[in-house]
Structures are given as structure tokens and as C-alpha cells.
Design a protein around this ligand. Structure first.
Ligand code: TYM
Length: 329
């Protein structure tokens, strides 16, 4: 069975973008692949997080993984810091990454260009840690949304570089990006990705949002004045985004949704999208509350970390031996 690995960085509450672009796919893949999914908590602290908020967001993220259908029997689920090999291989990867490569990473470049102050060294070297996350497990595939593709491509380069220098060590992973839903856009500004770090809350749906607010956000989603229901991503990006959300959640082709609503107003389509999103989220939220109440999270993470360490730790040992870092007495 091929192995798949992915993670989410809960710097805030998980979003509908995380669900459609990533989490939902992890759940679907877990029957056909050996699935390893972790909470990327080290990645969270590349920017300051209030400690109490961070702790809550991490717990909620695990509960949401489970609520969305990740099954700890079939998938390995763990917290990144519970497996120490991540940080150690992350450093080794940073020593095999060129500054030019990190300068080209669009997430970093965008922030730097916006003139963001107080950017940390951790934020800069974060793709090296992400490469370590993946390479420790010899993952064949990495299911991610569009915005993470560049990081997985860097991981491939680093794996190949290491293999060339030190001999065959790492599996070179492939990014796996869904055809529909790989880049869900903000509802209030469809030129931007839906993201936890949005300044206003209007464009981002959080998986734990009150369903009344979810409906409101969808009904007031920015569209256009063209007034025709069709697929024109360039001129009608807001409309396209709503249809894409509906398509991802129903598995209906976007063209079929357009046909269903042809000649009708945007209002009707928005009600349809709101119904679909709320129905899905209601199920997730119900399961989320059951999981939080059952207090099973700690045990699941403990077992997950043991299973993950059993793969990652020997891999790190191999890497250290190959580099010549170890002295055996
Ligand atoms: P993060 O936490 O930003 O996002 C988690 C996953 O959700 C996807 N995603 C989206 N997909 C569609 N539309 C959106 N609006 C949207 N927003 C987010 C992301 O593409 C991602 O798949 N660096 C990673 C976490 C990470 C990781 C890893 C992932 C750390 N180590 C190893 C895979 C393998 C991140 O910050 O994702």
C-alpha cells in the first residue's frame, strides 16, 4: 500500500478551505493508502500565538480531524512535537537548502513584499521543516491544496539532492492536488485565498462557526453585476468560487450545477450553497462536540505518536549515519 502524509497548521480555527482542499480528501484516501496525518504545531509558532489560544486550537484541530471522519485505527494521527525527529531532521534539511530556494517561496515572498515587520527566522526556514515532516515517513503522496504545492516541490528537490550526495535515502514524494476545491477563495474578496489569517471574518468560514453566521457569510458573498450563472473564473470569480464549493461538497460537476441554475438569480444559488455547506458542517459540529466530551483525544495522540515515531526515528538514525554525524562506541 502506498503511503500518504499531510498536515494542517492550526494557527487559528480550521476553515472550510482546509476542509475542502485537504481534510476531506485525507478522509477519502484513508481506505486506499496508508495515511499519516499530523497537527503541525511547530509550524504554528513561526508567528506569535497566544499560548491559551494555541492550546485550544490544537485540541480543536484534532477533534475536527476525527469529526470529519479520520479514523485513528486506519490512519496515524499525531502532534508534530510528540515526535522529536521532525525538529532534528528539519535542521538537517535547513543545512541542505540554499537561501535562494527559500527566497523564492511565494508565501514568504508575499509577506516580505507586503513589508510585514517582525518576520521570524522560523518563518523563513519553515519549508525545510515541512520537507522533514514528509521525508521522515517515505511518503509517496502529499495531498494538499494549491498553495502548498511549491513547498512539496521544494521537498522533492531536497530529497533528490540528499539522495545524490549521500546515496539513496528518501522517497521523492508527489503532491496530490484535487481537481476541484484546491483553492477556495475568500467570500468577501474572491481574489484572495480563504484563510485563517484574514483581517475581517466575513470572507472566511470556520468549521466551528455558528451556522447562522455561515449562512449570512454565504448570502453576502461578493459576486458581480453580470448577473448570468455561468463558469467564468476571470470575470466572475466570486460566483465561480460558490459553484466550486458546492461542486466539491456534492461531487456534482460544476457544469451540472450551472445547468441546474441557468437563468436564475444569484440569490437562489447562494441559498443552495448555504444549505449544502450548513448540512455538512452540522454533521461535523455534532461529532466534534461528542469527541470533545468523550475525552479520547489524549489517548489517540499518544498512540499516534508511538506509531509515527516507529517510522520516523529509525529514518532519522539512517540519515545521521549517512551524513557521518554519529560515533558508535
Ligand atoms: P495550512 O495549515 O495552511 O493548510 C492546511 C491544508 O489546507 C489547504 N488549504 C486550502 N485548500 C483550499 N482552499 C483554501 N482556501 C485553503 N487554505 C488551506 C492547504 O493547502 C493545506 O493542504 N505548511 C502546511 C502544513 C504542513 C504540511 C506539512 C502539509 C506542515 N508540514 C507536511 C503537508 C505535509 C500549512 O501551512 O498548511
Amino acid at each position: 500500500m502506498k503511503r500518504m502524509l499531510s498536515g494542517i497548521k492550526p494557527t487559528g480555527q480550521l476553515t472550510l478551505g482546509n476542509y475542502i482542499g485537504a481534510l476531506r480528501n485525507f478522509v477519502n484516501y484513508q481506505d486506499d493508502y496508508e495515511m499519516i496525518v499530523f497537527i503541525a504545531n511547530l509550524h504554528c509558532i513561526t508567528e506569535y500565538q497566544d499560548p491559551a489560544d494555541l492550546k485550544k486550537n490544537l485540541t480543536d484541530a484534532v477533534a475536527l480531524y476525527l469529526a470529519c471522519g479520520l479514523d485513528p485505527k486506519r490512519s496515524v494521527i499525531f502532534l508534530q512535537t510528540d515526535v522529536h525527529s521532525h525538529a532534528e531532521l528539519g535542521y538537517i534539511m535547513a543545512c541542505n537548502t540554499y537561501l535562494g530556494e527559500l527566497n523564492r517561496m511565494t508565501q514568504f515572498k508575499d509577506k516580505a513584499q507586503k513589508g510585514e515587520k517582525n518576520m521570524t527566522a522560523g518563518l523563513y526556514t519553515y519549508p525545510c521543516l515541512m520537507a522533514a515532516d514528509i521525508l521522515l515517513y517515505d511518503a509517496n503522496y502529499v495531498p494538499v491544496g494549491e498553495d502548498q504545492k511549491q513547498h512539496v516541490e521544494l521537498t522533492r528537490d531536497l530529497a533528490q539532492r540528499f539522495n545524490n550526495k549521500y546515496g539513496e535515502t528518501f522517497v521523492v514524494p508527489e503532491p496530490l492536488i484535487a481537481k476541484v476545491g484546491a483553492r477556495i477563495m475568500s467570500l468577501s474578496d474572491p481574489s484572495k485565498k480563504m484563510s485563517k489569517s484574514e483581517e475581517t471574518n466575513k470572507g472566511c468560514i470556520y468549521l466551528l462557526d455558528d451556522l447562522k453566521d455561515v449562512r449570512k457569510k454565504i448570502m453576502s458573498a461578493v459576486t458581480d453585476s453580470i448577473g448570468i450563472i455561468q463558469l467564468d473564473k476571470e470575470n466572475q470569480p466570486g460566483l465561480y468560487n460558490l459553484i466550486e464549493i458546492a461542486s466539491a461538497l456534492t461531487n456534482k460537476a460544476m457544469e451540472d450545477i450551472v445547468k441546474e441554475f441557468e437563468g436564475q438569480g444569484y440569490g437562489k444559488l447562494k441559498v443552495y450553497v448555504a444549505d449544502i455547506v450548513c448540512e455538512e458542517m452540522e454533521k461535523i459540529q455534532k461529532r466534534y462536540h461528542e469527541i470533545i466530551d468523550s475525552r479520547q483525544i489524549e489517548n489517540i495522540l499518544k498512540e499516534g505518536a508511538q506509531r509515527a515515531s516507529a517510522i520516523a526515528d529509525p529514518k532519522l538514525e539512517t540519515v545521521k549515519k549517512k551524513i557521518g554525524l554519529e560515533i558508535k562506541y
